[in-house]
Write a protein that binds this ligand. Structure first.
Ligand code: GAL
Length: 723
């Protein structure tokens, strides 16, 4: 009997192990190249509803193919993926020198190695803990690859924080009593993630550079959005209780004072009721909405409408939506289950008829992020059966995608604001903003947006001093949306008279640079390159670090010290520009220049070469530097973006010593005809002639393609030799 028991136990043990190893065998990652340079594996039973299905994003296969072939960037055997107890456990290897970026829209940190996060859609609460407006489950490694977990669940991330028994490079055992190098956070050789679901699709994006991995991620999500030209002009969001007359008066002031203005945002008071919303015009403030919108349009100014999606019981569509509402309310408004086609038709049908059809250019979709105290709780239910957690992670994507479709149907581009997004949303023409207001952190968010496939605006609202006002204004003009959000403060660009002039100058500069911004956004769309991004993605920034650290002591080489620290206050804007903002109280600052020569944007003078410089720019200038050979196409400082068929003259500026070429993008700036080939890339070339003089040329317009380029003039900013 004893013997029998023993054999039974042995049998159970052996079969148990067999079953366990079979399960593990079944889970051995079988990566398949699902798109050029993008590998996918399905672990366990992935859920049907995920970030990519919510965003309805489609990979741009042709553009991915153009990036060329690349190898699977990791050691397959060092990746562990398994399902246990209804949860998915993921592990990816990390090397000693590897740094990690991404994991969504972080506000205070760029380097993510050593972080513990729970990726959760929420308003930003002042700490990089994973709760943010876009907690995108995608990370990029300094070794030139990316990893994306396609789950609409709250994912726990241990980004190089935990050490395992079976680690290949475990931390050193140290005695705290005697060893001063004992560490509270021992070395970790892996990124681990826990997904609360029985399976998930995981993607790996190849390089070879980190920027290539980011490009592949964006292209896999359909490519970055291409805003209409007017979206890159200036926008003012007016006081929440302004009437049609007030808005018209304000627009007139912009015109009279010669401040550019492309669209005005109406805040909650345009609606008859808000929080929850009726989506209906307030007839006392806006007695004739259609006439108002048309009048504004005739002056070259578009109207954008604020809303949150929570439906007031007094809204006309409320009864029709009754079968499609979630179990819980937000400010007593209904939460429509926007995953259900019928619900979408009813909800967006109202927007189409009452706003879009009368000429509204777009939306600011508020409050789709958090916080827990007013949003639906995780115990809420929705008629489609999608869980409250999944709804929370994707509601921002749903409203972006579905509102964009209203415009797509009309062959009209839109550009708006939203307070939550996620992976899959790169192609959706929305910019994230929030109520948090620390200027330094707004810039760090701008840097991190480039790792997350989202856009972010460091919006200007109010300021204590004219210095702060100007410093904030300068940075918003070097961001995806140049905006004052005066919903509460009623501020205007000229609110601080002593800096009204430099404010106007930088707003005009924003307009002058429109051909550059527009081309850089086209690259976001067609090549996946984020228009605003971290220094870490810049060639000659990171690659040099290791070498310099190895060859020089830190005292001898301040550059090595500088780049080894995270750089969260300077960023790249488009192909050529390095922006180094100043914050209130700063008179001068350090700027870390990547390898190669860099030139002052305003004067064209050489400022340095792969080194740390200190700049003291004065109050009226935001420090901007141009890469050697930089070409910046500029137009006159118009007060409104050019119309679809309007030709504009270009002044093309060349910086530095290098002969270069730049592809200038052109299309009608308003429709989706570019998707049918109605666009062109014209080649701008600058070469030095035998006599030493620079000469610029631009290729002819393509026959049958939109051509908005008028007369071209050249300005060689770095005239003197800088050798
Ligand atoms: C906030 C939003 C602000 C403003 C305000 C209007 O939620 O972040 O930008 O729109 O609502 O009530």
């Amino acid at each position: 009997m004893k013997m029998a028991m023993h054999s039974l136990a042995k049998w159970i043990l052996v079969t148990g192990c067999l079953v366990a190893s079979l399960t593990l065998l079944a889970q051995t990652p079988n990566w398949s190249e699902t798109a050029p340079g993008v590998w996918k594996v399905s672990v366990g039973k992935p859920e049907m509803y995920n970030l990519l299905t919510a965003a309805e994003s489609q990979p741009n296969m042709d553009a991915l193919a153009k990036l060329g072939k690349t190898d699977f960037p990791l050691s397959r055997t060092d990746i562990s993926l398994r399902v246990e107890g209804g949860k998915t456990y993921l592990r990816f290897p990390l090397d000693r020198e590897e740094q990690l970026f991404g994991f969504g829209l972080n506000f205070q940190t760029v380097h993510q190695r050593g972080k513990i996060l729970q990726l959760h859609v929420d308003h930003y609460g002042g700490k990089d803990d994973g709760r943010t407006h876009a907690p995108v489950p995608f990370y990029v490694s300094s070794k030139g690859y990316g990893v994306f977990v396609n789950s609409a669940r709250y994912i726990n991330v241990y980004a190089g924080t935990a050490a395992r028994q079976d680690s290949k490079s475990p931390p050193k055992l140290r005695d705290r009593n005697t060893d001063k190098n004992w560490e509270a956070h021992p070395y970790s050789d892996a990124v681990e993630m826990l997904v609360p679901a029985e399976g998930v699709d995981v993607y790996v994006f190849g390089g070879p550079t980190s920027l290539d991995a980011v490009r592949r991620f964006n292209l896999f999500n359909g490519g970055g959005c291409l805003p209409p030209r007017w979206g890159l002009g200036f926008t003012q969001r007016v006081n929440r209780l302004y009437s049609a007359d007030d808005v018209q008066k304000e627009a007139q002031e912009f015109e009279d004072k010669k401040y550019p203005l492309d669209f005005i945002g109406l805040e909650p008071g345009w609606q008859s009721k808000s929080y929850p919303c009726t989506f209906e015009w307030d007839k006392t403030r806006f007695p004739q909405p259609e006439t108002f919108v048309k009048t504004m349009l005739s002056k070259g100014i578009r109207i954008n409408l604020w809303t949150n999606p929570y439906v007031s019981p007094e809204a006309s569509i409320y009864p029709q939506l009754a079968p499609y509402m979630g179990s819980h309310t937000v400010w007593v408004g209904a939460v429509t289950d926007l995953t259900m086609p019928k619900a979408r038709d009813i909800f967006w049908g109202k927007f189409a008829r009452e706003h879009v059809d009368i000429g509204i250019s777009g939306y600011k979709i508020d409050e789709v992020d958090g916080s827990d105290y007013y949003l639906w709780p995780d115990v809420a239910t929705f008629p489609s059966g999608i869980s409250a957690e999944q709804m929370r992670q994707t509601y921002g994507l749903l409203v972006q995608k579905q509102s964009t479709d209203l415009y797509r149907k009309r062959n009209q581009r839109t550009y708006g604001l939203v307070r939550a997004s996620n992976a899959g949303g790169s192609s959706l023409p929305y910019v994230i903003y929030n109520d948090y207001y620390r200027h330094e952190d707004f810039i760090t968010a701008l840097i991190n947006s480039g790792f997350a496939g989202v856009l972010w605006t460091p919006e200007v609202r109010a300021s204590k001093t004219s210095e702060e006002w100007l410093r904030r204004f300068q940075t918003v003009c070097f961001s995806p949306m140049a905006m004052i959000n005066a919903w509460a403060s009623s501020t205007k660009p000229w609110s601080f008279p002593d800096v009204a002039e430099p404010i106007r100058e930088v707003a005009q500069l924003r307009m002058q640079m429109m051909p550059y911004w527009y081309t850089e956004f086209a690259k976001y769309h067609f090549d996946g390159t984020p228009p605003f991004r971290a220094m870490n993605l810049e060639e000659g920034f990171q690659t040099d670090v290791k070498k310099q650290i190895l060859t020089a002591s830190l005292e001898e080489n301040p550059y090595a010290e500088a780049v080894n620290k995270e750089i969260k206050d300077q960023y790249m804007a488009g192909e050529y520009l390095l922006v180094a903002p100043l914050f209130t109280g700063q008179k001068s600052r350090k700027v870390v220049l990547p390898k190669g020569k860099w030139f002052d944007f305003y004067t064209g003078q050489l400022v340095g070469n792969g080194e740390v410089i200190t700049v003291t720019p004065g109050l009226d200038k935001i420090p901007v530097f141009v890469k050697d050979g930089g070409l910046i196409p500029m137009m006159p400082p118009l007060l409104h973006a050019p119309k679809a068929d309007q030709k504009v003259d270009l002044e093309i500026r060349h910086y530095g010593e290098k002969a270069t070429q730049y592809k200038l993008y052109d299309d009608d700036g308003e429709t989706f005809n570019y998707e049918k080939g109605q666009y062109s890339w014209r080649t701008i070339s600058v070469e030095r002639q035998k006599n030493g003089q620079w000469k610029g040329s631009i290729s002819s317009p393509e026959k049958g393609k939109p051509n908005t380029v008028g007369t071209v003039t050249w300005r060689f900013m770095t005239s003197k030799s800088t050798k």
